[in-house]
Design a protein around this ligand. Structure first.
Ligand code: G4P
Length: 526
């Protein structure tokens, strides 16, 4: 069945695919939950899954995530809002899981940066922001936790502009903070949205509105805060740049909203603005030039996940539709291998609940059962020749040796090692003599723990791990026999020669002593 072009165009135009970037604890999980609430995907915030009196979104499904209360894996949550089809790519929040997050960001058309009103820009925000910047995607900002003592909003804006080098334009303005938080002023509609605390923050908060000159404003927010608001607005209108859609779409300007996700305040207002401002899927850069979303079907794999749930012990490849109309069961070509595939096992994922997907459009995320064919960055298409530019990979900063406790489990061990490395849980480096145990590379030690726990839980394999003193890795160019005599000469999972170092000094010393060794530059600094 081919689709009329007009329908494809309409579906593309109403798609909004985005990801949330934030430092752990800024409120990403809470906002995700509230967006789903307003999007009608769940009835009541907190109904998703209970975690000791606190809710956790459906995307947090693995037991280790529940134990630690962090989100490790990414999945896509989908809902309809005001005629728009919104795909929210759930990105893991913990700073140790950045590789997965980086990959997920390659599938987003825009990003929401969530800041803690008291903390402003934090380290993880900065890193993730840089990835979005590199991709040139538009970024919206939500300043969360206004119900707590917050930085002065002018100061916060200055901090964002200074650290992230982006123009900031507030679209709402907070009235008070902490216990005095009274709501926000919508600078576009010139209306005050008053904040009323509701018990538990479970339901949609009722909202009263008033204009700036409205005598009711004083009663609504108090005299002092009303006076301060009038002064602030005058200052903003006199001194701050106006919102400019083209600068926003180019990633040079971020519109800012204020609120309190936990109290359901400001999230729906954000969402209603988001669906108007954020872009629909655009052209993707490929080896064949720009791929228009209206071109025939093509999709790329941005994430792999093994053992999604106990009932379905399989591997899932997440595909983002780049162009055209996807239909379940369609025949495509897998560019890297040239193989013809039938995409019959497709599903969308709302955590454990799988729904068969019959069709999808550009910007949508489809989970494909992966019989070991797919790698990150792979393209499938009906016309067969498309490839993507290289995918971001993280450079590991900590390394552990890994040894199998029961040698009888070698086969399961190798399977787990390969599949978890494929997912990007860790990177694996193999000693070239084949006799010694492999090294694992990670950005932070928590990744090792996750690896160990998942190996035990999903593959029944116990391993012993020891963190080594290695702290740097460099890929090598030139003749690999130059480095053969070094014990710390290893190979990555694609057989490329690599050397490990204990420190920057160690690397510099080795380079000086052995000019015959050539190091490749690191992948683009992220
Ligand atoms: P994350 O995914 O970005 O890591 O953040 P998450 O939503 O888990 O929120 C981190 C903490 O901040 C949570 O508290 C959450 O309840 C709280 N929080 C989120 N939004 C707001 C807000 O608007 N105002 C206030 N005051 N707090 C907010 P927690 O202590 O981890 O859990 P809980 O004890 O509150 O359940």
């Amino acid at each position: 069945m081919t689709q009329p072009a007009a329908q494809l165009e309409t579906e593309i135009a109403r798609r909004r695919t985005f990801a949330i970037i934030s430092h752990p604890d800024a409120g990403k999980t809470t906002i995700t939950e509230k967006l789903l609430l307003y999007g009608g995907a769940i009835q009541e915030a907190g109904s998703v899954t209970a975690k000791e009196g606190r809710s956790h979104t459906k995307s947090d499904w693995m037991s280790i995530e529940q134990q630690r209360g962090i989100s490790i894996s990414s999945s896509a949550l989908t809902f309809e809002y005001r005629g728009r089809h919104v795909n929210l790519l759930d990105t893991p929040g913990h700073q140790d899981f950045s590789e997965d997050t980086y990959r997920t960001l390659t599938a987003a058309d825009s990003a929401l940066m969530v800041l803690d009103a008291a903390r402003g820009v934090q380290t993880q925000t900065e890193k993730l922001f840089a990835v979005c910047r590199n991709r040139g995607i538009p970024i919206l900002t939500f300043v969360n936790k206004m119900d707590r003592p917050a930085l002065d909003p002018f100061e916060l804006i200055a901090q964002v502009e200074e650290t992230l080098k982006i123009t900031v334009v507030p679209l709402t303005w907070p009235i008070g903070d902490g216990p005095d938080f009274r709501g926000v002023y919508d600078l576009q509609t010139a209306q005050v949205l008053a904040f009323e605390r509701t018990s538990g923050g479970k339901h949609r908060a009722p909202m009263q509105t008033a204009g700036l000159d409205d005598p009711q404003l004083d009663a609504l927010v108090g005299r002092d805060l009303a006076a301060k608001l009038r002064a602030d607005v005058e200052l903003i209108q006199g001194a701050m740049p106006e919102f400019e859609a083209s600068a926003f779409l180019a990633g040079e300007l971020t519109p800012v909203f204020f609120g309190s996700a936990m109290n359901n305040f400001g999230v729906e207002h954000f969402l209603s603005n988001f669906v108007e401002l954020a872009p629909s899927p655009g052209a993707a850069l490929t080896n064949q030039g720009e791929r228009d979303p209206e071109a025939p079907f093509a999709g790329f794999i941005f994430k792999l996940q093994a053992n999604m749930s106990k009932q379905h012990r399989d591997r899932t490849a997440y595909m983002r539709v780049m162009s055209g109309h996807f239909e379940r069961g369609m025949d495509v070509t897998h560019t890297r291998t040239g193989r013809k595939l039938r995409l019959s096992q497709a599903h969308t994922l709302f955590a454990q609940d799988r729904e068969k997907v019959e069709e999808a459009y550009p910007g949508d995320i489809v989970g494909l059962v992966n019989p070991g064919v797919f790698q990150i960055g792979d393209v499938v298409s009906v016309d067969g020749k498309l490839l993507l530019p290289s995918f971001p990979r993280f450079t590991p900063e900590t390394f552990a040796t890994i040894a199998l406790k029961d040698v009888g489990k070698r086969k399961a061990f190798m399977k787990g090692l390969t599949q978890l490395a494929e997912e990007g849980v860790v990177q694996v480096f193999y000693p070239t003599d084949g006799a010694r145990d492999p090294y694992l590379g990670a950005v932070g030690p928590l990744q090792f723990e996750v690896f160990q726990a998942r190996l035990a839980e999903e593959y029944g394999v116990e391993v012993e791990m020891n963190v080594t003193s290695y702290a740097l890795v460099r890929w090598l160019a030139g003749d690999p026999s130059n480095v053969a005599r070094f014990a710390r000469h290893v190979e990555d999972d694609q057989g490329r020669p690599v050397m490990l170092f204990r420190s920057k000094y160690d690397l510099e010393y080795t380079a000086e002593q052995h000019p015959e060794i050539e190091f490749l530059p690191l992948p683009k600094d992220l």
